[in-house]
Design a protein around this ligand. Structure first.
Ligand code: UDX
Ligand code: ADP
Length: 483
């Protein structure tokens, strides 16, 4: 069997590497129009960082795993074509700010139709709005010259970045949606057999196309909703003296609720949650289900509020201004163990602080200086309702003069008035607080947006310490200030 995958990104690359690793008899080729990306996949330094990825890629590459930009040729020869292209939120036109932009998908489908001379199974891997498969079927069937038969399947990916390889190796489930026709069922069977090489059969769920597409959006919406729920309570904790970690523990021990995804944070990020919920909201509004749309939109509003609340807390604690003050930003990726910054809460927090005149010293173990500067120079809130976005955009050139990027925590914190932990990197749990405190301007503030620092220890050392959703420091509450 020959498998081709269009799109060599965070989903296509690791997923295909795992298929090649587990199915030595299958030839897998990952394709992209971006030559630099393909060259990187063929080099010693892969374009994405993911624990365990290097070993799998280096083990299979050149054997049954290939990376190529000869997209048309490889698609023409394939039996199964995964489509794993980007589906960003539309920024212009109908549905701007909400709907998924399917232009890359459509382009891929037209190309598949053009080059195909043999029957193929086309697999939707990227998250798409429900009913996309129907649109793709139409594009394929109206553009193929020789009456080539295509079966479109939905096989959403549930991997999370940072744990992609273990998620792929031991998935909770694999969902394969197809048409309930003889050829549709046969296509589902063919793809199931690929996964069955390493996934237990009872974890491979066959369903219909629309349920599969909607299941993916629903899973991401539920996960994001849990984070917004616990984050909403974190605000209440700070106002009442309760502790969000204790709340998570008490609530999460109910087996019906479960302990996962209850970590309060400065906000969720990543390429999926916001995009998928906006997509869900858009679909609901187009179907006149306005209350359903409002319900899910609130999850995004709560997330935006959480980022704003963090920025406000920093500014109000530091005597209502951060103008001209250096603030260390510890972590820029949207979560630990990835270099990905898409929709990272750090972007909005940094922009909020820059708006108030702060100077930033940023450190992230996996994000490059170029990426940090690019993200902070992009217009704010492109994804979601840019007109109402809480942060005002400064000129890129002006922003660049206010940012310094550092190679370690200690350099980033030197002479800073405050340090903000925005990503839960393990190294922030064990950093030398004494050394950091000694090098900072006093009073030295520590704002922990991920609750990874030992706050009691930090306070003993002299820090004014804020933990998200934790009882407030007297200093921050204003007692000491008002005395
Ligand atoms: C998510 C889904 O988990 C995955 O199934 C889907 O395929 C893609 O989207 P990902 O975005 O890679 O994966 O990471 P995830 O671990 O879900 O984290 C998303 C965001 O939520 C991160 O910013 C993370 O820091 C935040 N988060 C997660 C919290 O703030 N608290 C939590 O308890 C868990
Ligand atoms: P994801 O996180 O979903 O994997 P990425 O943006 O990381 O998304 O990757 C999507 C990839 O798809 C990009 O590298 C992009 O260049 C590629 N791509 C988009 N359209 C096409 C196409 N028509 N042919 C080949 N590759 C494409």
């Amino acid at each position: 069997m020959k498998i081709a995958c269009i799109g060599a990104g965070y989903v296509g690359g690791p997923t295909m590497a795992m298929i090649a690793h587990k199915c030595p008899d299958v030839q897998v080729t990952v394709l992209d129009i971006n030559k630099d990306r393909i060259n990187a996949w063929n080099s010693d330094s892969l374009p994405i960082y993911e624990p365990g990825l290097d070993e799998v890629v280096f083990g299979c590459r050149g054997r049954n795993l290939f990376f190529s930009y000869d997209v048309e040729q490889c698609v023409a020869e394939a039996d199964v074509v995964f489509v794993s292209v980007n589906t960003p939120t539309k920024t212009k036109g109908v549905g701007a700010g909400y709907a998924a932009d399917l232009a890359y998908w459509e382009g891929a489908a037209r190309m598949i139709a053009k080059v195909s001379t043999s029957p193929k199974i086309i697999v939707e891997k990227s998250t798409v709005p429900v009913k996309t498969a129907a649109a793709i079927e139409k594009v394929l069937s109206h553009n193929t010259g020789g009456g080539v038969a295509f079966d479109v399947l939905s096989n959403p990916e549930f991997l999370a970045e940072g744990t992609a390889m273990s998620d792929l190796e031991k998935p909770d489930r694999v969902i394969i949606g197809g048409r309930m026709t003889p050829s549709g069922l046969k296509a589902v069977q063919t793809l199931s057999e690929v996964y069955a090489q390493w996934v237990p059969k009872e974890r491979i769920i066959a369903t219909n196309l629309w349920s599969s597409e909607l299941a993916k959006l629903t899973a991401n919406a539920f996960l994001a909703q849990r984070i917004s729920s616990i984050n909403s309570i974190s605000a209440l904790c700070e106002a009442t003296g309760a502790d969000i970690t204790e709340i998570s523990r008490c609530v999460g021990t109910d087996s019906r609720i479960g302990p996962k995804f209850l970590n309060a944070s400065v906000g969720f990020g990543g390429s999926c949650f916001q995009k998928d919920i906006l997509n869900l909201v858009y679909i609901c509004r187009s179907l006149n289900l306005n209350e359903v749309a409002d319900y899910w939109e609130q999850v995004i509003k709560m997330n935006d509020k959480q980022k704003r609340r963090f920025v406000d807390r920093v500014i109000s604690s530091m005597f209502n201004t951060v103008k001209g003050k250096r603030i260390a930003i510890l972590g820029f990726a949207f979560k630990k163990d990835t270099g990905d910054t898409r929709e990272s809460p750090a972007i909005d927090v940094c922009k909020g602080l820059l708006d108030d005149g702060a100077l930033l010293s940023v450190y992230d173990p996996k994000v490059s200086e170029k990426e940090i500067r690019t993200q902070l120079s992009l217009p704010a809130g492109l994804g979601w309702d840019s007109t109402k976005h809480p942060f005002v955009q400064q000129q890129a050139s002006e922003i660049n003069t206010k940012i310094e990027c550092h190679a370690n925590v200690y350099d980033a914190c030197k002479d800073a008035h405050a340090a903000c932990v925005l990503t839960e990197w393990d190294e922030f749990k064990s950093m030398d607080l004494g050394k950091i405190y000694a090098s900072m301007t006093k009073p030295a503030f520590l704002f922990d947006g991920r609750n990874v620092v030992d706050a009691a220890k930090a306070r003993d050392m002299g820090f004014v310490c804020y933990g998200l959703g934790k009882p407030l420091d007297k200093f921050i509450m204003g007692d000491e200030f008002n005395r």
